[in-house]
Design a protein around this ligand. Structure first.
Ligand code: ATP
Ligand code: MG
Ligand code: MG
Length: 349
């Protein structure tokens, strides 16, 4: 069978490896950090930095196709890899999603709606943007942010200076604060032949910028549900995308706004492990390995709850509950804010 190369050995790489293994495929994980969660399940692990050209070349030569679990892969490393093996999803999806300004510009060029946004380079551009967009607003670094890191809320213009200082000189964008009724995400997949399949949208609850729970079904009307999957499909088609993508949406009385896209399997899609015949991880492996997409229709109501930091203390009680599937990532150390695992709770009517 084929070997899948995975850039990144975190929990997403781990769960991708499990799915690949179930399909009789082999996995080789590339990860700079020591003791990666995926290391326990992958067939091979390369521990090296993204600046190590020889290690990247040896990794690429050992696999048939390369995919990834995170979007911040350095461009130079991608150049080295792409010369040897196909990278799926492709470079365009990475280019667009690595930078919030590029991402929002791409989305609005497609005719989709986002929060109002502006490029921020200094105090003057921030002042001007606040006059147009108004407060409350959120200042975000254009690159490298996740779990709400690199973001500062601006409730009134006099907070602009402090917020800008929090960016530490990094390029930023200002986003108008969206008064959403709820947040949902669509986990969408596209195969090389252009077929698209979307999982049922999930409703997301965040606390302190980190996803806490995803619940399916989301509280959406039939037309909102249709809008959500159609706009996700539009994004995948525009990128000629191959693989699974997470599309985060704000639901507002005026319609759906796209918050951000993630060119990979997504935390808000973990419920599919226990709510669908084919989960997001297998769906992604199927797409990048050139298999037909699987049946992702939902057969249960599910609530996914992340186990973050000390939440792990709840494990003994959770393990006694019926209808609770436990997924742990095998991380060595517990840290505040660190995702240690998740549970999928089947909801019975
Ligand atoms: P992720 O871990 O999902 O990649 P992130 O660090 O990229 O997160 P965002 O998704 O941009 O951050 O923001 C995190 C959360 O903060 C959102 O899910 C939403 O709850 C809130 N948020 C972000 N931007 C806005 C906005 N413009 N208006 C209202 N709420 C927002
Ligand atoms: Mg993000
Ligand atoms: Mg997000």
């Amino acid at each position: 069978g084929a070997t899948i190369g995975i850039l990144g050995g975190g929990q997403l790489g781990r769960m991708l490896s499990v799915a690949a293994s179930r399909l009789g495929l082999r996995c080789h994980v590339f990860e700079p950090g020591a003791e990666p969660p995926a290391g326990h399940v992958a067939d091979a692990v390369t521990t090296a930095g993204y600046d190590d050209t020889a290690a990247l070349e040896a990794f690429a030569a050992s696999v048939d196709v390369i995919t990834y679990e995170f979007e911040n892969i350095p461009t130079e490393a991608l150049d080295v890899l792409q010369a040897l093996r196909p990278i799926r999803p492709g470079r365009e999806a990475l280019r667009v999603s690595q930078d919030r300004l590029t991402e929002k510009t791409f989305l609005t060029d497609l005719g989709l709606r986002t929060a109002p946004f502006a490029d921020i380079t200094d105090a003057a551009s921030l002042k001007q943007a606040l006059e147009v967009i108004g407060a409350p607003a959120i200042l975000k670094t254009r690159r490298f942010g996740y779990d709400g890191k690199g973001q500062a809320r601006i409730s009134s213009p006099d907070e602009a200076e402090t917020a800008l200082a929090e960016m530490n000189g990094a390029p930023a964008i200002l986003e108008g604060f969206v008064e959403f009724s709820c947040e949902v995400s669509v986990i969408a997949a596209r195969s090389a032949d252009g077929s698209v399949a979307c999982f049922d949208p999930g409703e997301n609850i965040h606390r302190e910028g980190i996803l806490r729970t995803t619940t399916v079904p989301a509280r959406l009307s039939a037309s909102q549900r249709t809008d959500a999957v159609l706009l996700a499909a539009q994004i995948l088609n525009a990128l000629n995308y191959v693989g699974v993508m997470g599309v985060e949406l704000f639901v507002t009385p005026q319609g759906l706004l796209v918050n951000e896209i993630a060119p990979r399997v997504h935390n808000s899609g973990h419920w599919t492990q226990n709510g669908c015949t084919i989960d997001q991880f297998e769906q992604h492996i199927r797409a990048v390995a050139n298999w037909p997409l699987g049946d992702g229709s939902r057969y249960a109501d599910v609530q996914m709850e992340n186990l973050i930091g000390d939440d792990l203390d709840k494990l003994p009680e959770l393990a006694k509950e019926s209808d609770v599937a436990i997924h742990l990532y095998g991380k060595a150390a517990v840290k505040p804010g660190r995702k240690m695992g998740h549970v999928n709770r089947i909801i019975r009517g």
